[in-house]
Design a protein around this ligand. Structure first.
Ligand SMILES: [Mg+2]
Length: 245
C-alpha cells in the first residue's frame, strides 16, 4: 500500500525535549520546592524508564524519603514542573532536531497527511508546537495527546485512535519515533515505524529496535541508517521514507 500519512511522536523525535526541556524543568521544580534532587543529563536516562511526569516525581520522592509521597505534593510539583517547562519552551530553550522541518515540509508538499501522536500533555505539546513549528504546524491535521487516551505509550491506544480519526489502515502510515516505548506503541497499533535515535535512544542496544522498519541516527542530510534498508546518498529524506514502504 502506498504511504499516505506520517504519524509523528513529539518528545525526543521532533526535539530533544527530554534532555533539554523536561529534565531542566523537573530540576527547577525540585529547587523551587527546596528538594535535594537534581537530575544530570546521564542520570535522567534511568528515570526516563518511568513513563509519565507524575509517575517520575512520585518515584523520585519515594526514593528520596523512603515513604509513599502525599499525592498533593506530587500534584504541586508536577504543576510547578509544567510551568517551568512552558517558560523554558517559550524562552526559546529548545529547537527542532536536524532534518525535521525539511521532512515535514516535503511530506506536506507531496500531499501526505500528518498527525502528532504523543501521550504527553496537550499544554506542553502546544507550547512546543507554537514556538518550534511556526507555520509548519498547519501541516498537521490531527493532534492526539495524553488527555485523549487512558493508557500512555507503550500502549497502542494513541496510535489506534489516530488511525481511526484519520480513517486509515496502519499499513498506509509510518510512525516516526525515538524510543522503545514509542516503537512498541506504534507496532502494537499496526504501524510500521522509523526509529530516529534521540539522545536517550542512543543509550539503548540496537536490538531493542528490531521491530522498526529502520533505525537511523537522525533525519535529513546528516541522518545515517544504523539498521534496515540502505538509503540513497542524500540522507534520511522523504524519498527514503517512501523507499521504506
Ligand atoms: Mg519520544
Amino acid at each position: 500500500m502506498a504511504l499516505r500519512a506520517l504519524l509523528w511522536d513529539v518528545d525526543g523525535t521532533l526535539a530533544e525535549t527530554e534532555r533539554d526541556g523536561h529534565r531542566l524543568a523537573f530540576n527547577r521544580a525540585f529547587a523551587e520546592h527546596g528538594l535535594p534532587l537534581h537530575w544530570d543529563a546521564e542520570g535522567y536516562g534511568d528515570w526516563l524508564r518511568i513513563t509519565g511526569g507524575r509517575e517520575r516525581i512520585h518515584a523520585a520522592l519515594a526514593a528520596l524519603e523512603g515513604v509513599e509521597p502525599d499525592p498533593s505534593r506530587v500534584e504541586a510539583l508536577q504543576a510547578c514542573k509544567q510551568r517551568h517547562y512552558a517558560a523554558l519552551v517559550a524562552g526559546g530553550g529548545l529547537g527542532l532536531r536536524p532534518g525535521v522541518a525539511t521532512l515535514i515540509a516535503a511530506a506536506a508538499a507531496a500531499g501526505l497527511r500528518q498527525a502528532i501522536v504523543t501521550t504527553s500533555g496537550r499544554a506542553a505539546v502546544q507550547a512546543l508546537a507554537e514556538r518550534l513549528l511556526g507555520s509548519l504546524a498547519e501541516a498537521f491535521e490531527l493532534w492526539v495527546c495524553g488527555e485523549d487516551v487512558v493508557s500512555k505509550k507503550p500502549d497502542p491506544e494513541a496510535y489506534v485512535l489516530a488511525l481511526r480519526r484519520l480513517g486509515l489502515e496502519g499499513s498506509a502510515g509510518l510512525a516516526i519515533e525515538d524510543s522503545p516505548a514509542g516503537l512498541a506503541a506504534a507496532t502494537a497499533g499496526g504501524l510500521p515505524c522509523l526509529l530516529t535515535l534521540s539522545h536517550y535512544g542512543r543509550r539503548e542496544p540496537l536490538e531493542r529496535f528490531t521491530a522498526a522498519r529502520a533505525v537511523v541516527s537522525g533525519l535529513g542530510e546528516s541522518g545515517r541508517v544504523l539498521r534496515g534498508p540502505a538509503c540513497p546518498a542524500e540522507g534520511i529524506t522523504l524519498s527514503y521514507l517512501l523507499h521504506l514502504r
